[in-house]
Design a binder for this molecule. Structure first.
Ligand code: KG4
Length: 336
């Protein structure tokens, strides 16, 4: 049987990425041009700047991707691209590149949901078992999803306001840590014994989550401490650790309650926040002996195109084909 080569393209936020997956298994190329250094100056992602940088980088990223893979575009079997959700101008760049390649080489085009990509990143760590809970925790999303089979997503819980990653980033900013804040909170706190400041427990119905109330009250408190000249480096560390533990615990309390209620076999994590050291340890500790826990390898937690190629391959096998006139969408339900 002939080898299959699926090209994945991702440009939904601040990473321009391309990857090629051989036979659904072997990642023969995985290129990421990150814009973090540029956005750091603004303390967050500037959408217009992101679109322009994608446009500048996409050609080089694709060229390098093919060179690294050692294959030519005419050998591709299909091209998969993130079609949303994300920053609309940013998405357009990747989608246009994918459509051009698909049309020129007359190969299938596959529209991949960004969150499905984060979930299927777990297939680089192990095999899926159903029923499972898929948990997506990223800069823009905090969702608990029931999956009874491949590509079937039932959202059973989600944040009612801000996402966990976004909340980490805002609190980190108040604490004087650089963007992306979640990463820097983790760097500051990992593997240390740090005094814990007890924060109020947020009560939300069902498996839903809420981060904005605590985020706003804490930001006010931190700003007050700063104004009074009382925010010492020790306090910065303590707040960083306490926020990390409180936010992650809120998420995992809901996840394990849902896992019990729905009698799932497996829990899989995805999204940038699944890189968090405390979360990675704690989910394994809580799940040990009862659930199979899958977490993507660290390199596959933040935005990348390997996960888009992986999801694209799965969809290709399931027969999904998209038309050249599909439009990227800034917001898009996972179950659509
Ligand atoms: O999945 P991602 O790259 O982009 C979105 O699709 O949103 O996630 C980015 C988010 C940011 O909020 C970042 O602060 C957070 O993931 N993040 C982390 C860690 N690494 C990235 N949060 C906590 N600990 C980390 N190690």
């Amino acid at each position: 049987m002939d080898d299959t080569y699926v090209l994945g393209i991702e440009s939904s936020c601040d990473e321009t990425a391309a990857a090629i997956l051989k036979n659904g298994e072997v990642l023969i190329s995985n290129i990421i041009a990150t814009q973090i250094a540029t956005h750091q100056k603004f303390g967050g992602v500037m959408p217009e700047v992101a679109s322009r940088l994608h446009l500048e980088n996409v050609g080089y990223v694709l060229k390098e991707c093919f060179e690294k893979a050692g294959i030519k575009p005419e050998q591709l079997t299909a091209v998969a691209v993130t079609g949303g959700p994300g920053l609309i101008g940013a998405l357009h760049v990747g989608v246009l590149a994918a459509k051009t390649i698909a049309d020129f080489y007359d190969i299938p085009l596959i529209n991949v949901h960004h969150l499905a990509g984060h979930i299927y990143a777990n297939e680089f760590a192990g095999e899926f078992e159903f029923p499972q809970l898929a948990v997506v925790a990223s800069g823009g999303n905090s969702e608990i999803i029931l999956m009874k089979k491949h590509m079937s997503f039932e959202i059973i819980g989600e944040t009612l306001d801000d996402a966990i990653g976004e909340s980490f980033d805002k609190i980190a900013r108040a604490l004087g840590l650089p963007y992306p804040g979640g990463v820097n909170i983790d760097k500051l706190t990992a593997n240390q014994d740090i005094p814990f400041i007890r924060l109020p427990k947020v009560k939300v119905k069902g498996y839903n989550l809420s981060y904005s109330g605590l985020k706003s009250s804490l930001t006010r408190k931190i700003n007050q401490l700063k104004e009074n000249g009382e925010l010492t480096p020790e306090l910065v560390k303590s707040y960083a650790y306490s926020v990390e533990k409180t936010f992650v615990d809120q998420l995992l309390d809901k996840v394990f309650k849902a896992a019990e209620d729905y009698k799932v076999k497996q829990i899989v994590m995805g999204g940038g926040v699944s890189a968090n050291s405390y979360l990675r340890k704690e989910i394994k500790r809580r799940g040990e002996g009862t659930y199979d826990i899958l977490i993507p390898p660290l390199w596959c937690t933040t935005d990348n195109a390997a996960m888009i190629a992986k999801t694209g391959y799965k969809l290709y096998k399931l027969g999904q084909r998209d038309n050249l006139d599909f439009q990227p969408m800034a917001s898009k339900e996972l179950s659509e």
